[in-house]
Design a binder for this molecule. Structure first.
Ligand SMILES: [Zn+2]
Length: 291
């Protein structure tokens, strides 16, 4: 981003702050303050790419958040949405994929500062050690987390979540067996391998086209308490709390602050993902309904 554009974004945010703070105070008084859930991929100083941010910038972003927001876990995100009890601006931190370097700085930082985080991992890559398909396609295969690294997070502020078996685009899955393998069976294997409950699921790529209804139903059947998208939207109290909307942890500090600072225009910028769930949390029943 050019310095001029960055300056323009900062200036607009500062000038509009009093108005936005007033709007936010009104929403907060009614328990309707929007909740932001951030997603990151990789925090490292080596091999930078579009889904990596440097350690010092990550720390700067976390410090900026801690000074201004309640940093809450995913269950509290859902509680505030369901009970329309969001009276203070709040943020939850998530990561996708499972990059080994996150164990060096980002995760120890979050744990040390007791910041709740949901860490979504593609199980098969952690078992085989194979790099993620998007890294291979980009010509930069990067090391992935091992199962032992994930097990070591038990009992910390970092909760493991599930991100399919092979980091597939669920929008390309066709048969019921595909969904079963990538979501239901993979999650069951990962729960057994880690001896941990996996409560949340994040769709790889996370845009509406990557989130088919059969995938949402498979996630529900697999016992997940919620699923995450990644197309940039607030979570609003009173909305469906099974679908958690996420915002990118942008490497540009201006855009990052802009996203997290309340902006009434963003209350209406959200593609809807329409779906329905079967009455029972039961794979066989879901299969009948999916057809
Ligand atoms: Zn991913």
């Amino acid at each position: 981003m050019s310095n001029f554009r960055q300056l323009a974004i900062d200036l607009r945010r500062v000038v509009s702050t009093p108005c936005r703070q007033l709007q936010l105070r009104r929403l907060s008084a009614k328990g309707k303050a929007p909740i932001s859930v951030l997603f990151y991929h990789r925090v490292a100083d080596e091999q930078p790419n579009d889904w990596t941010i440097p350690c010092d910038l990550f720390q700067e972003q976390m410090e900026w958040i801690r000074e201004r927001f309640d940093v809450i876990d995913m269950q509290e995100v859902q509680r505030r949405i369901r009970q329309q009890d969001s009276r203070r601006p709040a943020v939850h931190i998530t990561f996708d994929d499972g990059y080994a370097e996150n164990c060096r700085f980002a995760l120890p930082y979050l744990i040390r500062n007791k910041m709740p985080c949901t860490y979504f991992v593609s199980y098969g890559n952690c078992v085989t050690g194979d790099p993620f398909p998007h890294d291979v396609a980009a010509g930069c295969p990067l090391p992935v987390n091992s199962l032992d690294e994930l097990k070591a997070l038990a009992g910390t502020s970092v909760e493991i979540g599930y991100h399919t078996r092979t980091h597939c685009d669920c929008g390309n899955l066709i048969t019921a067996d595909d969904f079963r393998d990538e979501i239901t069976d993979g999650a069951a294997e990962m729960r057994a391998a880690l001896d941990m409950p996996l409560r949340y699921f994040a769709f790889p790529y996370g845009l509406p086209d990557n989130i088919p209804i059969a995938g949402i139903q498979a996630a529900y059947a697999a016992g997940f308490q919620g699923f995450c998208s990644a197309y940039g939207a607030y979570n609003l109290p009173g909305q469906d709390a099974f679908h958690i909307r996420r915002i990118h942890g942008d490497a540009e500090m201006s855009r990052f602050k802009n996203w997290l600072s309340f902006d009434a225009r963003k209350l209406h910028q959200r593609p809807e993902i329409r779906y329905w769930l079967p009455p029972a949390n039961n794979w066989e029943q879901t299969q009948e309904l999916v057809g």
